[in-house]
Design a protein around this ligand. Structure first.
Ligand code: CA
Ligand code: CA
Ligand code: CA
Ligand code: CA
Length: 217
């Protein structure tokens, strides 16, 4: 890992966070012609299962395709030879239109955890993936989702086992209360995967009387 990586990670995360309200604004103001969407085939992934996403390109988009995963605050990029902690494209100088399926590999080789995923197309020959001026389609073109890999259902929230957190009704890969799209409940400040008031770790907020964590019945 280079010493620069955390700063660069912060830059892309900041860009990603900026993109969210911008997308919301665009949705209100107009139909965002460039808005892309990154969809997992399922966001809750068990052992020895593939992590698969599709990217929807509503308009022809030409450039270098980058896929990144936030691994504990460090961005790893899915290059031609797998995941590496330096910015490399998955594909160079392609034109995309419609739906593109991408297999991000198998869960058997990665640690259990929550993995936010980003996707962007960079102008061909542009060097800096963190400079949003190089993003084809601008800030709104950033694709985002999140995988929950090999986690207990009390963390993933997938109690019915359908591959999605039960509160992720629109299948974005995020919990309904993950408005900042970091993969964690927004009230999970310590990022252990549980609501911070879920002391008995059953995946549910504890009631006011059970903060000893014994029971919430
Ligand atoms: Ca579910
Ligand atoms: Ca969150
Ligand atoms: Ca927590
Ligand atoms: Ca609880």
């Amino acid at each position: 890992m280079t010493p620069k990586t955390p700063r660069l990670t912060a830059n892309l995360k900041a860009a990603a966070l900026k993109a969210c309200p911008l997308l919301g604004l665009l949705a209100v103001l107009s139909s965002p012609a460039w808005a892309e969407r990154l969809d997992p085939s399922r966001s809750v992934v068990g052992n020895a299962e593939d992590l698969q996403v599709s990217v929807n390109f509503p308009q022809a988009t030409t450039g270098d395709l980058y896929i990144a995963a936030n691994v504990g605050g460090v961005l790893y990029f899915y290059g031609e030879h797998g995941w590496v902690p330096t910015p490399v494209p998955r594909e160079y100088a392609q034109t995309y239109l419609g739906t593109k399926q991408i297999n991000l590999g198998n869960s058997s080789g990665i640690a259990s955890g929550i993995y936010p995923i980003y996707q962007v197309v960079l102008s061909s020959n542009a060097a800096d993936v963190y400079d949003t001026r190089n993003w084809v389609g601008g800030l709104g073109s950033l694709g985002q989702t999140s995988f929950q890999v090999k986690l207990p259902a009390q963390i993933s929230g997938d109690l019915n086992g359908d591959g999605w957190a039960d509160d992720d009704v629109n299948h974005t890969g995020y919990h309904a209360d993950d408005l900042n799209h970091d993969g964690y409940h927004d009230d999970d400040v310590n990022h252990d995967g549980y609501h911070d008031d879920d002391l008995n770790h059953d995946g549910q907020h504890d009631s006011g009387s059970d903060h000893g964590g014994k029971s919430e019945k």
